[in-house]
Design a binder for this molecule. Structure first.
Ligand code: ARG
Length: 759
């Protein structure tokens, strides 16, 4: 699950008893204390030291976080190292953006796939860097030492930030390492993670989208699934093995550890563990936070993103070059709105708010039993309820103009607003309060304008419009403006409403078209002409600029109230989690708590399992290549299949990758607890060998980021044998197969006498 969306973070657990083995995203540094005995019972054969060690090579050294820049923050996906030369597996949808950027209509790697025959053919991938974790440590005490009695929430956070920056700088050893400090349990604990970030990452291989994205958005978030969701990269370093920007002289990094790949396959109940970088969960959110998500935040984003994807779809299917241009944007938007749709549905169906409300009742009873607790936590839930209600009302008012109103020419006008304002200031004799400016002030404003002018002269206008398709952009702009107009009545934005009503007789499309036809900010030519010779009088009256100011006013009029409520929510979530931990320690001391996901390295363990999504329906835990043929729709943009794959399946030419029944397993299910950011994570057996790559969650448990559903929640994994089959049999990339460490256990020797006796 790729991390493509933002969350207001907080969270809770299932009500009673010890956390089940399959629930939980655990910090590897505590594995010995919290999880090891459990894992061993379930089938783990490695020692704690083989899992996580800072002195010796261990499994953690083969797990990398993938981020866009040279920073270990906000990993969008996970990768794993699978060879001595740092070959790295991740999902196809994780490499998608990089593959898109390398694709042209002539070399369309998205459509046709790509396989490098040797190092020299590997392609530098933009926007993927690989972070290796060197160590992690608890820094709670140092960080919280700066928090003083009587500080406001903002002051507290500012002090924590300053302290964290100082500690990070000290740990970087002059830039050798990239350390980051992250908050856990809503700011009740702090940990430092020290990374090395490698930015020279190259594309080595990818199947065509008809394998890597088979089933498209229709099958996304669903089981049964037949997607070969993998792509292959390699991490490069300078000759000393240090991170270095791309250079032809760089060499493949020699990793501390790489994962062997098992051909043994899986059986129901087999132990599984997944290591990776889950982005965010809200397991400690209150019922009030859930109501906010379901009633305000999700529906707002859902409506905007869905409309945008529908428009993209329409144009992408007609034109291969447009398809390449928008492929990754569309996948991200579609992935998010479908996720929110599923959450809205399943949070209700799985009665998650009710579960949280029950916990809140017990928590309140516990608080009320002690005056000291009442003083500390007595107001927390009420305050949350009140403030979530406030932001519920404000969220659409801010989000629609932000995500829908400020698009196309209006967004371009927004880019120029500081220029227009600086010009106005420099040419006005009065200051903002309406008082006459001093000579000195006049000179300052003039200098400011001159400086801003320089910046604007340097704007690359062609880059602003590069990789965009005008008919698609225009339609989006029109529909987005329509959405803003139709969503709000006159009270929310009287200026915009009146403009449409009076000047355009209620026809918002006419306004949008007027902008597209006449605004300075609508075309690259007119923007260039404006930069060349700015006519500021015209710019100030420009319709796109006028609408931009109206949209920004709508946001600004509500921003203060929104920010204040959000701050209060964050402060009270902090208190809630603090109280909840005391509550659990007092009432269920045997319960181990795990922190919400926050892009730090986690381990989750469970087993291979089927599930029953509804009465009379039962889902198997594996699916096979036969299902690819069943789903096949010739020429369809989501369900077409390469002829070569069809031929191999028909000939049942699966080689050593077939299971014991001669079938080719494509994907399988496990009970591991993962979320967005875990995409591409290795799923491993008890020996730490790769058996697949995690890539998705299932529809019936879309509420799982808020409450883990043991009966329903599954991770969808692409089977390692299918990955190898595609590399080997489909693509013929035997150079890569040779590079891997492929292992197969000796068949167990069956003692016949014993078997007979047993019978
Ligand atoms: N649901 C997957 C995830 O969140 C992403 C799958 C991408 N595929 C797609 N059709 N958009 O990681």
């Amino acid at each position: 699950m790729k991390k493509t969306f933002l969350f207001v973070a907080l969270a809770i657990f299932s009500l009673m008893g010890k956390v089940r083995a399959d629930e939980g995203m655990w910090l590897p540094m505590f594995v010995e204390r919290l999880n090891y005995v459990d894992m061993q019972k379930m089938g783990l054969q490695l020692t704690p030291e083989e899992l996580y060690s800072i002195n010796n090579s261990s499994l953690k050294d083969a797990i990398v976080g993938l981020s866009e820049g040279a920073t270990p923050r906000g990993f969008f996906c996970t990768g794993e190292i699978v060879s001595q030369n740092s070959l790295m597996f991740t999902n196809h949808h994780c490499g998608y953006n990089a593959i898109q950027k390398l694709s042209t209509v002539e070399h369309d790697y998205l459509t046709d796939g790509f396989w490098a025959k040797d190092f020299s053919e590997e392609l530098p991938a933009e926007g993927i860097s690989a972070s290796f974790l060197v160590r992690m440590e608890d820094v709670t005490e140092q960080v919280l030492s700066v928090v003083k009695e009587g500080m406001t929430w903002e002051e507290r956070n500012a002090a924590i930030k300053a302290k964290s920056t100082e500690l990070e700088a000290a740990a970087s050893e002059d830039g050798k390492y990239n350390p980051i400090i992250s908050a856990f349990f809503e700011g009740n604990e702090y940990y430092m993670f020290v990374y090395r970030v490698y930015t020279d990452v190259r594309l080595v291989g990818t199947p065509p989208s008809s394998i890597g994205k088979f089933g498209g958005d229709t099958d996304n978030w669903m089981w049964p699934r037949h997607t070969g969701d993998f792509s292959i990269f390699r991490v490069y370093a300078d000759v000393e093995g240090n991170p270095a920007p791309y250079s032809p002289d760089n060499k493949p990094l020699t990793p501390k550890h790489h994962l062997p790949i098992s051909l043994d396959g899986i059986q129901q109940d087999d132990f599984t563990m997944i290591w990776g970088f889950p982005g965010s969960t809200e397991r400690y959110i209150t019922s009030y936070g859930i109501d906010y998500n379901v009633e305000s935040f999700y529906p707002t984003i859902h409506e905007i993103f869905k409309l945008q994807t529908d428009i993209m779809d329409e144009f992408m299917q007609k034109d291969a070059s447009v398809n390449i241009m928008y492929a990754d944007d569309k996948a991200g938007l579609a992935n998010t709105w479908k996720n929110f749709e599923g959450q809205m549905l399943m949070l209700r169906k799985n009665k998650v708010a009710e579960t949280k409300a029950d916990l809140e009742t017990m928590f309140t009873q516990w608080i009320n039993a002690d005056p000291g607790r009442v003083e500390k936590y007595g107001n927390v839930l009420n305050t949350l309820a009140e403030n979530y209600e406030l932001v519920s009302a404000i969220t659409p008012v801010i989000y629609y103009p932000n995500y829908a109103g400020i698009t196309g020419p209006v967004a371009n006008a927004a880019m120029f607003s500081s220029y227009i304002k600086a010009y106005k200031d420099a040419n006005s004799k009065k200051d903002e309060k309406g008082e006459k400016k001093t000579e000195e002030q006049m000179a300052v404003d003039k200098a400011k304008l001159a400086q801003i002018e320089e910046t604007y002269k340097a704007i690359n206008v062609d880059a602003m419009f590069a990789e965009t398709y005008k008919p698609l952009e225009d339609k989006t702009f029109i529909e987005m403006l329509k959405l803003c107009y139709n969503t709000f009545d006159a009270e929310v934005n009287p200026e915009f409403y009146n403009l449409v009503e009076k000047k355009y007789k209620g026809d918002v499309v006419a306004l949008a078209n007027d902008i597209l036809e006449n605004s300075i900010f609508a075309t690259p030519e007119s923007i260039k002409a404006f930069i060349e010779k700015p006519n500021m009088k015209a710019a100030e009256k420009d319709l796109a600029y006028v609408v931009c100011k109206m949209m920004i006013k709508q946001i600004n009029d509500n921003r203060t109230a929104y920010n204040a409520a959000m701050q209060t929510i964050s402060e009270n979530n902090h208190l809630f989690v603090k109280g909840l931990r005391e509550f659990y320690a007092a009432t269920q001391p045997e319960k181990d708590l795990y922190p919400d996901a926050n892009s730090s390295l986690r381990m989750s363990y469970g087993s291979v399992q089927d599930y029953q999504p509804a009465d009379a329906i039962s889902y198997d835990y594996i699916c096979t290549a036969n299902g690819i043929v069943e789903k096949y729709v010739p020429g369809d943009y989501e369900f077409d299949v390469p002829q070569r794959l069809l031929d191999l399946i028909e000939a049942r030419d699966f080689g050593q990758y077939a299971d014991e029944n001669g079938e080719l397993v494509v994907c399988f299910l496990s009970t591991n607890d993962i979320t967005g950011g875990n995409s591409g994570s290795p799923i491993m057996n008890g020996k730490g060998e790769l058996i697949g790559l995690a890539f998705d969650g299932n529809w019936e448990a879309m509420s799982g980021d808020i409450n883990f559903e043991p009966r329903l929640q599954r991770t969808i994994n692409v089977d390692a044998r299918y990955v190898l089959f595609v590399i080997d049999k489909f693509a013929g990339a035997t150079n890569l197969i040779e590079e891997l460490t492929i292992v197969k256990s000796e068949p167990e020797v069956v003692n016949e006498e014993c078997t007979m006796n047993n019978e």
